[in-house]
Design a protein. Structure first.
Length: 199
């Protein structure tokens, strides 16, 4: 299969590439690195990406930014950071990418544990992650026959604990290699409209 990994230069993305590369052709996409570059907050940038890459069999997205901070200090702009990037960025990869995906192809998006296991300072992330999972469940029943869509909802990744661990007190970190297996299950399996929880 020809698989696009958007966010393929990040912590989870690199693990997904390592997991899938022995069996498939991988196209890595990053914001400033990889085989191609994209700004997922821009539909024009996403369109340009697909025009350059062309037809593909699967797209994995492990990208998107979020705001973390005290809820009492948040305003609309803080929520829109995650909405425009992690939520609509990934949604637009599907909306635009469906015109380029081959028959029997699949999309795999990334949400996260905060959709159902919230933390302090994570209200925006909880909202966005839950919305991604909801989009996947709803879109799965309306994508053209044969096209699948799932999401992976990982816990805090072990390899990110140094940077993010202070937010996730009491959480059990997940090795990134185990998270990558969920993407393999989505891409190489037949399940559709599923949220793969990795905790």
């Amino acid at each position: 299969m020809r698989i696009i990994v958007v966010g393929g230069t990040g912590t989870i993305g690199q693990a997904v590439v390592q997991e899938l590369a022995p069996r498939h052709e991988i196209v890595t996409v990053g914001k400033s690195a990889g085989d191609f570059q994209v700004d997922i907050t821009s539909t024009e940038s996403i369109k340009n990406l697909f025009e350059q890459v062309g037809a593909f069999d699967a797209l994995v997205s492990t990208t998107g930014s979020l705001h973390f901070g005290p809820f009492e200090e948040m305003d609309e702009s803080h929520f829109y950071q995650g909405i425009q990037s992690k939520l609509m960025g990934q949604v637009n990869l599907v909306l635009i990418g469906r015109s380029y995906i081959n028959d029997a192809g699949s999309f795999t998006l990334t949400s996260g544990i905060l959709s159902h296991d919230p933390i302090r300072f994570g209200a925006s992330a909880s909202m966005v992650n839950a919305a991604i999972d909801g989009f996947v469940i709803g879109a799965a029943i309306e994508l053209k026959p044969g096209i699948r869509i799932n999401s992976v909802s990982p816990g805090i990744v072990q390899e990110s604990m140094e940077a993010l661990g202070s937010y996730f007190r009491g959480h059990n970190p997940v090795p990134v290699a185990r998270v990558a297996l969920a993407y393999s299950k989505s891409v190489e399996g037949l399940l559709n409209g599923q949220v793969f929880h990795v905790i």
